[in-house]
Design a protein around this ligand. Structure first.
Ligand code: PEP
Length: 253
């Protein structure tokens, strides 16, 4: 009914040559493998066009990790959704907590970015998640709901149906502290109910909700076995082809 997806987020790692090598290694590992999910690589902007060429597009989708909140013009250093589309990439990761925290991305900016991504026929992988203090205060559900409402809930149902969500508790990203499978399932079920309240249950059932935060070959299978966890957004463990493949294998019975 909905897709399982494992998406890598390379962040600001790998030179162009290293990135092409890594993409080719992943491609090789998936070549004759039976996999039970879609696979996406989230790569730096300058790698996009080359990595698109380096992999079998029937098996591997390519994502940018951000895009500009403007269509085009005098915005030195920015990369537009149209430019990303022109590389052959199919996805854009938006609202990653590192971009919210270090680059001042606001819910309003992310709303505009989401609209531009959709306008150019790309699929957003939209990140949501609370910081530790918010979880400790018990307001994590409110925080996540507010993030979705502020940036996504003005989309039409048709537009929203192309969005993939990634629940990434900020306290779990790059820290080695994974959310427990119960914590992940609890929040994913909440996210799906929140989508259902806005767009209806039928549409909510079709939306893939990925977990992100120190997912790795050891914990992927247990995380993915939860009914509302439809895959993962994988940082550190996506930087080695064998580890990334082992996470993908978390979907094998
Ligand atoms: C991420 O960057 O989205 C992420 C989940 O990172 P890590 O897997 O390294 O925690």
């Amino acid at each position: 009914m909905r897709k399982n997806i494992v998406a890598g987020n390379w962040k600001m790692n790998k030179t162009l040559r290293e990135g092409i090598e890594l993409a080719k290694e992943v491609d090789q590992l998936l070549k004759d493998a039976v996999i039970n999910c879609d696979v996406v690589l989230g790569v730096p902007f300058i790698h996009l066009a080359s990595v698109v060429q380096a992999v079998d597009s029937k098996k591997i989708g390519i994502a940018a990790q951000n895009c500009a909140d403007k269509e085009s013009g005098a915005y030195t250093g920015e990369v537009s959704a149209a430019m990303i589309k022109s590389t052959g990439a199919g996805y854009v990761i938006l609202g990653h907590s590192e971009r919210r925290a270090y680059y001042g991305e606001t819910p309003e900016m992310l709303k505009i970015k989401t609209e531009l991504v959709l306008k150019h026929g790309l699929k957003p992988v939209f990140c949501i998640g609370e910081v530790l203090e918010e979880r400790e205060k018990g307001i994590h559900f409110d925080v996540v709901k507010a993030q979705m409402a502020a940036s996504l809930f003005d989309l039409s149902a048709e537009e929203f149906s192309t969005v993939t969500l990634a629940y990434e508790p900020v306290w779990a990203i790059g820290t080695g502290k994974t959310a427990t499978p119960e914590q992940a399932q609890e929040m994913h079920a909440f996210v799906r109910r929140t989508i259902a309240d806005r767009y209806g249950k039928e549409l909510a059932e079709t939306i893939s909700i990925l977990y992100g935060g120190s997912a790795n070959p050891q914990n992927a299978k247990e995380l993915f076995s939860n009914p509302d966890v439809d895959g993962g957004l994988i940082g550190g463990a996506s930087l080695k082809a064998a580890d990334f493949k082992a996470v993908i294998d978390g979907f094998n019975k």
